[in-house]
Design a protein around this ligand. Structure first.
Ligand code: NAD
Length: 701
């Protein structure tokens, strides 16, 4: 028929096969080919039934996302037209599914009269993760097939449903071992013989009628999802569409779905979420590290230092089934560290998210030592001792002697120069930074810090390892704070200045929370603990450049013995056992006092000003980082912020958000801020200036 769709005939049954590698995406060629194939076999009297299947790895990976929002719009036939034509067929149509049926792929299958899948198949409607609703009848057909509660769960989460579960729900009619097309042809023959009736999903009513005129079902579901979906438009739009499926005739429900789909597709949120999708895929591409760079095999690992970070890092290896040895200065320290790991796992078991057997297996993969000789065979060693250059150098010199020559030596330093650490070894090419985020067993981000001499092989191996242990690795360069914390600093700094000038902690936190961050800077400080930063600032006091503005407000909070949640008081106060920050008059008075002492006439500061003053310098710093070549691309910075700091995915990360705001707007605001406050950290990045003058954005780079 066409290259993208082929037709063969078996036993009076036409087998229409999507043949568009790699995922049989439903771009124009496939839709058009499918439609043409359908017309031809429907008018062919020798054909009595149809099987729709996919060639290669899967049935169908769904719509071609690149076509979304394309101008001019992609050509007809549109997917709903093709699916409607399939469903309307008077000859039986059976879907033969293997691998995946995702998004439009599953919608296509839902349009068939019967669904047969191979064992191991997974199905999903993941549109919600791209900020849209399924747009080819999925929100209307799925509830008719499996009922409202199950459909809500599948559509609103976008989760992968394994074949067995899909069969239990009623999405799939049969799951078979062996040749799925053969099995589908057999079913088609039974339908020809009238043993199995044609069942058109759109005509089903039993399952949806259970939830008709029952707004309480949907209200309860919205309430249940409210926290997880905070700020996102698409999950709520999905619920609306499913509610329409329950209450409206199919055609009206489809119209509602189409209208919602079109509206969301054009929304900033969907643009941001699609950007995030592509950004994540791009992150592993490194300009000077070819894709086929041979990797070092990682079969065993070692972690040096089993404190807050080391323990979490060791868990990551154990979780991925990689044996890991933890090294500490003393048996006491080891006992303490492993005790914490055990407690962490036990908590997950209590929550029902891990079985006791799994916990035992994982703990069994973690062994301990106080001797460097015992880490000699590790393929990778990650150092997580105290943040002290002399100590790290000493540890690396020891490791260099003890470890086999091709072992990678990585440091989890958050501020120190990886090159200086590497210089104490005879293998600087095998030294790299692996900057995990706290808690290291939970947070998905790994900033992989490339040293001047880190080899392509070392980089490629670490990037691959990140994925293997369930992390998102982003390659960054060496600078103070690397990408994430350097940008964070620019933002935190302005927040404290805003306090001096007129804002209060809860006001700033609310603005940042409402923007979509998991919490504001002050709640975050209380969570992380305020004393560590305070001690660092005390050490730096003597060398702090006099011309730089300095806010002492954070120091003053610490001087009261308020170190955050661990002391039940920090920027906020906490009821014993509670993590809910409560604004505290003591701190508010302190803020006012610091303002007065430093001669600030406090003024009313609006929410918009707070947002701009915090977020624009963060973006500005990102621009400096890009220009200095410390991140490969703006979208990598977005990934750092989404995975390391919970930057709302529906804003696409700070750099994407900046493009939406407009670079010119941000540049001009930075210039005004810099003029007004003279702070070095507010100096507009040259890249920002250039983009503003050219009318371009980070996305154009
Ligand atoms: N805590 C965080 O949020 C965070 C985040 C990212 C990176 N980091 C970095 O991770 C590293 C560790 O930080 P942490 O918070 O886990 O510190 P920590 O104080 O909790 O743990 C450090 C551990 O190292 C051990 N240690 C000290 N000297 C050692 C030696 N010579 N050999 C073996 N073990 C030794 C200590 O006994 C202690 O258990 C630091 O470089 C830090 O900057 C920390």
């Amino acid at each position: 028929m066409s290259d993208a769709v082929t037709v063969s005939t078996r036993d009076g049954v036409a087998v229409i096969r999507l043949d568009s590698p790699p995922v049989n995406g439903l771009g124009f060629a496939v839709r058009n080919g499918l439609h043409a194939a359908l017309e031809s076999v429907l008018s062919d009297d020798a054909v009595r039934a149809l099987v729709v299947t996919g060639g290669g790895k899967m049935f169908c990976g769904g719509a071609d996302i690149r076509e979304f929002g394309q101008a001019p719009p992609p050509g007809t036939p549109h997917l709903p037209t093709v699916i409607d034509a399939i469903e309307a067929s008077t000859k039986p149509v059976v879907a033969a599914i293997h691998g995946f049926a995702l998004g439009g792929g599953l919608e296509l299958a839902l349009g068939c009269h019967l669904r047969v899948a191979a064992t191991g198949t997974r199905v999903a409607l993941p549109e919600v993760t791209l900020g849209i609703v399924p747009g080819a009848g999925g929100t209307q057909r799925l509830p008719r097939l499996i009922g409202v509660p199950a459909a809500l769960d599948v559509i609103v989460t976008g989760k992968m449903v394994p074949a067995a579960d899909a069969q239990a729900l009623g999405i799939l009619d049969a799951v078979v071992d062996g040749d799925v097309v053969e099995a589908a042809v057999r079913e088609a023959r039974r339908m020809i013989e009238g043993e199995v009736p044609i069942r058109r999903t759109s005509a089903l009513d039993d399952r949806v009628s259970e939830s008709r005129n029952a707004p309480e079902i949907f209200a309860a579901f919205r309430k249940k999802m409210a926290r997880r979906a905070r700020g996102f438009e698409a999950p709520f739009a999905c619920v609306e569409c499913v509610e329409a499926a329950a209450n409206l005739p199919f055609a009206e429900g489809v119209a509602k779905e189409r209208e919602t789909f079109t509206k969301l597709l054009a929304s900033d949120q969907s643009k941001a979420q699609r950007h995030a999708f592509f950004a994540e895929r791009l992150v592993s591409k490194i300009a000077d590290v070819p894709k086929d760079t041979p990797l070092l095999p990682i079969k065993t690992a070692a972690v040096i230092g089993c404190g807050t970070m080391g323990g979490g890092i060791a868990m990551n290896f154990a979780n991925a089934g990689i044996p890991v040895k933890v090294f500490e200065v003393s048996q006491d320290a080891l006992d303490k560290g492993v005790g914490l790991i055990t407690k962490n796992y036990a908590a997950t078991v209590t929550k029902g998210r891990l079985s006791q057997a799994q916990m035992d297996t994982r703990l069994g993969l973690i062994s301990t030592t106080v001797s460097y000789d015992d880490v000699a065979d590790a393929d990778i060693v990650i150092e997580a001792v105290f943040e002290d250059m002399d100590l790290k150098k000493e540890v690396f010199a020891q490791l260099d002697t003890a470890c086999k020559p091709d072992a990678i030596l990585a440091t989890n330093t958050s501020t120190l120069d990886v090159d200086e650490i590497a210089s104490t070894t005879r293998r600087p090419d095998k030294v790299i930074g692996t900057h995990f985020f706290s808690p290291a067993n939970v947070m998905k981000l790994m900033e992989n810090v490339r040293g001047a001499e880190s080899s392509a092989q070392t980089i490629a191996t670490i990037m691959k390892l990140s994925k293997r242990i369930g992390k998102v690795g982003v390659l960054v360069g060496i600078c103070d704070g690397f990408v994430g914390n350097r940008m964070l600093y620019a933002y935190r700094r302005q927040a404290d200045f805003l306090l001096e000038e007129g804002a209060l902690p809860h006001q700033i936190d609310k603005v940042i929370y409402d923007f979509g961050m998991p919490m504001g800077p002050y709640a975050m400080g209380d969570l992380a603990g305020l004393d560590v930063g305070w001690r660092i600032r005390q050490r730096q006091a003597a060398t702090r450049p006099a011309h730089l503005r300095y806010s002492a407000v954070a120091d003053r909070v610490c001087e009261l013995g308020r170190f955050g949640q661990k002391t039940d008081a920090g920027w906020f106060r906490y009821e014993p056992g509670s993590r809910t920050p409560i604004p505290d008059p003591v701190v508010n008075e302190l803020v006012l006092k610091v303002s007065a002492e430093n001669g600030f006439a406090r003024r009313e500061i609006g929410d918009q000003e707070i947002l701009e003053r915090c977020m624009y310098p963060l973006v500005n710093e990102g621009a400096k980082i890009l220009e200095e070549g410390l991140a490969q691309r703006a979208s990598d910075i977005d990934v750092v912020w989404m995975y390391g700091y919970g930057f709302p995915r529906y804003r696409g990360g700070p750099m994407f958000w900046a493009d939406l705001v407009g670079i010119k707007t941000i540049y001009e605001a930075m210039r005004r801020l810099h003029d007004a406050h003279g702070d070095y950290w507010l100096e507009p990045a040259p890249l920002l200036k250039r983009l503003a003058e050219q009318g371009k954005g980070f996305g154009d780079l």
